[in-house]
Design a binder for this molecule. Structure first.
Ligand SMILES: C[S@@+](CC[C@H](N)C(=O)[O-])C[C@H]1O[C@@H](n2cnc3c(N)ncnc32)[C@H](O)[C@@H]1O
Length: 415
């Protein structure tokens, strides 16, 4: 393993190519940029692509602004070894944690959105399919209950009854302290199947599952498409998706994940505040913060929050929604102070940011001086330019207009 990605990138630049890189694509451009009197090298290439190796099936759940598994995989492979601790302070659906766990690293993560833990924890501890099947048979699906809000624009009455029955079953298991890893798995899958654009979801046709529209907007969609919600078999959909999610899971991986899951740690708080992880224990952080106020994490997740008895407005108040670069920089500086505390000497941060304000502001150029100001070394900006893919477009990953999908990652080291 290369223990210094800068050497690695530089070697690549001078022609010493490695298997991990695309053999047939030379670096398109490598330069340096002067930021606050520091020259920062930039490495631009197609360092990873989705076709290079498909992501593990366990990743296949949707979340706003999630990155692809190839991004954390690249840095985890280069910069850590088996058993190292990998951390993500803005974990979202948990892409970094899952990929790190699949590669045998210990994991910890944080997100102010309580849905995050619901989405990642069960995928780091997946129950056997036979047990999921058995539990789905045991759940009382026909409770005589109505939701406290009108969801008839999304669900038929029979489907709605099943969803509300499941919601109440899961709540009672939690309140009675009997919720186990099978319930958590079913909760995770159901949360993902609430709304979507195919018959694999509980709802009538609507936007993709990471973005629930308002009831008013759904009424308009139904009118325009001349559609009414039809009955959906909720337990069958959950079982089918469980099978798909576990499609690539080998016996050895399942055993390894089970071992790691007992040691994994999850937090739900503002990333500016210290988490209860010890100083100098983290080998690598791979993360992507909110890009100013571009994504409405609370509003887009209102239905997932309803299903999980989460107050979306409450966590929405604490989510970082910076209107100005100055506000955002202030928050990010506090985040870096905490990350520096957590990093081992020699530990790394791969901080993915994007282009905002119609591509007039490159957040990598903002973040590099912030990391330097807390005493980290900025080793470079890695810009991955990947050819536009159909999947990336469909799931709303940050594509640019020219038919490429660009990720900008600022790489820091604690020296
Ligand atoms: C770009 S997304 C991360 C997506 C993640 N990389 C993935 O693959 O799913 C940013 C995340 O930051 C979370 N977030 C926003 N403000 C936060 C804060 N102040 N502290 C912690 N998490 C926050 C959001 O809830 C969201 O999940």
């Amino acid at each position: 393993m290369m223990n210094n990605i800068v050497t690695y990138l530089a070697d690549f630049h001078t022609g010493d190519k490695s298997d991990l890189f695309h053999q047939d694509r030379p670096i398109t451009k490598t330069d340096e940029i002067l930021l606050n009197e520091t020259l920062i090298p930039r490495f631009i290439n197609e360092f990873w692509t989705s076709s290079q190796r498909q992501s593990h099936s366990l990743h296949e759940i949707s979340y706003r602004a999630c990155f692809k598994a190839e991004l954390p995989r690249f840095f985890i492979n280069q910069l850590t070894k088996y058993g190292d601790l990998v951390y993500d302070p803005f974990m979202g659906r948990g892409t970094t944690l899952l990929e790190a766990a699949l590669l045998g690293r210990e994991v910890a993560g944080n997100d102010i959105n309580p849905l995050s833990r619901i989405l990642i924890e069960p995928r780091i501890n997946p129950p056997p399919l036979a047990e999921i099947h058995r539990r789905l048979q045991e759940i009382p699906w026909n409770l005589d209950l109505k939701p406290e809000l009108d969801l008839s624009m999304f669900y038929s009455p029979a489907t709605e009854r099943m969803i509300v029955s499941l919601k109440e079953y899961l709540l009672s298991r939690k309140e009675e302290n009997t919720e186990d890893y099978i319930d958590k798995w079913i909760r995770m899958v159901a949360t993902n199947r609430l709304t979507g654009h195919s018959s694999g979801f509980f709802s009538v046709y609507t936007l993709p599952p990471n973005q629930a529209v308002s009831p008013e907007a759904q009424i308009k969609i139904n009118e325009k498409r001349k559609q009414v919600p039809t009955d959906r078999d909720v337990p069958a959909i959950i079982e089918k998706k469980s099978i798909r999610l576990q499609k690539d899971l080998t016996v050895a991986q399942a055993k390894n994940l089970q071992h790691l899951s007992a040691r994994s740690r999850y937090f739900c708080q503002d990333a500016q505040i210290s988490v209860t992880l010890e100083d100098e224990t983290v080998a690598l952080v791979v993360t992507s913060p909110p890009f100013l106020d571009t994504v409405q994490y609370a509003a887009d997740n209102w239905l997932r929050c309803w299903f999980n008895h989460i107050d979306a407005q409450e966590f929405g108040r604490h989510i970082t929604m910076s209107r100005t670069i100055e506000e955002w920089s202030y928050v990010m500086k506090n985040v870096f102070i905490e990350l520096k505390r957590l990093l081992k000497p020699g530990g790394w941060i791969a901080f993915e940011v994007g282009e905002v304000r119609n591509r007039t502001v490159m957040l990598d150029e903002v973040i590099a001086p912030i990391g330097i100001s807390v005493g980290l070394e900025c080793c470079g900006i890695v810009i991955n330019q990947q050819e536009f893919t159909k999947t990336a477009n469909c799931w709303g990953i940050k594509n640019n207009q020219l038919g490429t999908n660009t990720n900008r990652i600022v790489l820091f080291q604690k020296v």
